[in-house]
Design a protein around this ligand. Structure first.
Ligand code: PLP
Length: 403
């Protein structure tokens, strides 16, 4: 193959395309070609956006609310986010401490661009959400993976945190409940993070996108409940994608210190200007309307989680942490590595996810995408029937592997 005339920027050549989107694309292509694929790879609720939210979007169009808004997002929506943070978490943020972005992902992108210099290290608890390392890299920073162990239920072990910190550490990411593990950080883990962040002046980035989807009887611990004095060095990331089944609308927000939000607004002002006006009106309806929607989803998710975890645990050699939040199970299949099917060796999570897709017609995401190769992620944001059917196929596929 001849090399292209136009070469790419250095910053992009090191970045891998999102592996979750890649699996999803392959599964969709097979499905389009007529294969009976059961898809567990998708990272979004299997619910439609609530009707009153859709109506607000339609109304925005009909009323001609179709022009640019303020760069940080329309004032009414920032006010609604401020009220939401006060109501749900008892946190007080003014309008200039809040930015609305084109999805939670874009909010994270804006913040890394605003605070990270080349050489800065960002601590990323691992397994991690796929987008954190490349976003840090795109800002010139260095991701530093802090391992979370299955035997600790993927909670952060306070003792190991200092081993990964250095004089270059600038920030740490918290994602609790987590994608992909569904685990929630304990109060002890958050206390350890709070202590080190305070002593070393780290920025804390807390990705709270799954905070309405938890299965615990107790309240979800939050870093600012542990130490409210850390507010000046914390950025809260949240949005309506998961809580109101609004992934396609692309609305997320960041709350944090005024000077960082102002810097993020500079980045946004020269890139996307503002999130879609129509989507902002819809998000406003979500935040100011009835708040029972996430609970409706939870009711559906809970029995699916219980079945999925129990059925996975019934398979010989498979272990699975019971997720306390989000809508993913993250079983350990490493006992099956080294086995083969029709002479094809299964060496790692990518091989196994490929095997599940090709032979069982089940789409999942290999743990390697999240920096944890012993595991495979399945989303239970799909019907109970599909989960039962999928588990039957997976069990058969695993039985067909030979030593
Ligand atoms: C889904 C998700 C987000 C945000 O998604 P958007 O669709 O961009 O709002 C952020 N963090 C994690 C861990 C997620 O799973």
């Amino acid at each position: 193959m001849s090399s292209p005339i136009i070469t790419l920027a250095n910053r992009v050549t090191n970045i891998k395309p999102s592996p979750t989107l890649a699996v999803n694309a392959k599964a969709k292509a097979l499905k389009a070609a007529g294969a009976d694929i059961l898809n567990f790879s998708v990272g979004e609720p299997d619910f439609d956006t609530p009707p009153h939210v859709c109506a607000a979007g339609k109304k925005a169009i009909d009323e001609g609310f179709t022009r640019y808004t303020a760069v940080p997002g329309m004032p009414e929506l920032r006010e609604a986010v401020s009220q939401h943070l006060l109501r749900e978490q008892g946190l007080s943020y003014s309008m200039d401490e809040i930015q609305i972005a084109c999805g939670g992902k874009h909010g994270l992108y804006n913040m890394f661009q605003a605070v990270i210099n080349p050489g800065d290290e960002v601590l990323i608890p691992t397994p991690y959400w796929v987008s954190y390392p490349p976003m840090v890299q795109l800002a010139g920073g260095t991701p530093v993976m802090v391992p979370l162990l299955e035997k600790d239920n993927f909670d952060l072990n306070p003792d190991i945190l200092p081993l990964y910190a250095s004089s270059k550490t600038r920030a740490i990411i918290i994602n609790s409940p987590s994608n992909p593990t569904g685990s929630v950080f304990s109060v002890e883990a958050l206390q350890a993070i709070a202590k080190m962040a305070r002593e070393n002046g780290w920025l804390i980035i807390t990705d709270d996108i799954y905070d309405t989807i938890t299965y615990m009887d107790t309240e979800l611990p939050h870093i600012l409940d542990i130490d409210s004095g850390l507010k000046e060095q914390t950025l809260i990331l949240n949005g309506v994608s998961k809580s109101f089944a609004m992934t396609g609308w692309r609305i997320g927000w960041t709350a944090g210190p005024k000077h960082i939000i102002a810097a993020m607004n500079k980045i946004q002002g020269q890139s996307t200007s503002n999130p879609a006006s129509i989507s902002q009106k819809a998000a406003l309806a979500a935040l100011t309307g009835p708040q029972d929607f996430p609970k409706t989803m939870l009711k559906a998710f809970l029995p699916r989680r219980d079945f999925f975890v129990a059925d996975l645990r019934s398979i010989e050699g498979v272990s699975c942490v019971n997720p306390n939040g989000a809508f993913y199970v993250f079983p350990n299949f490493s006992a099956y590595f080294g086995k083969s099917f029709n002479g094809k060796l299964i060496n790692n999570s990518v091989d196994l996810a490929d095997y599940f897709l090709d032979e069982a017609k089940v789409a999942s995401v290999p743990g390697a995408a999240f920096g944890a190769d012993d595991f495979v992620r399945f989303s239970f944001a799909t019907s109970m029937d599909i989960i039962k059917d999928g588990m039957t196929r997976i069990k058969t596929a695993l039985k067909n592997l030979r030593d």
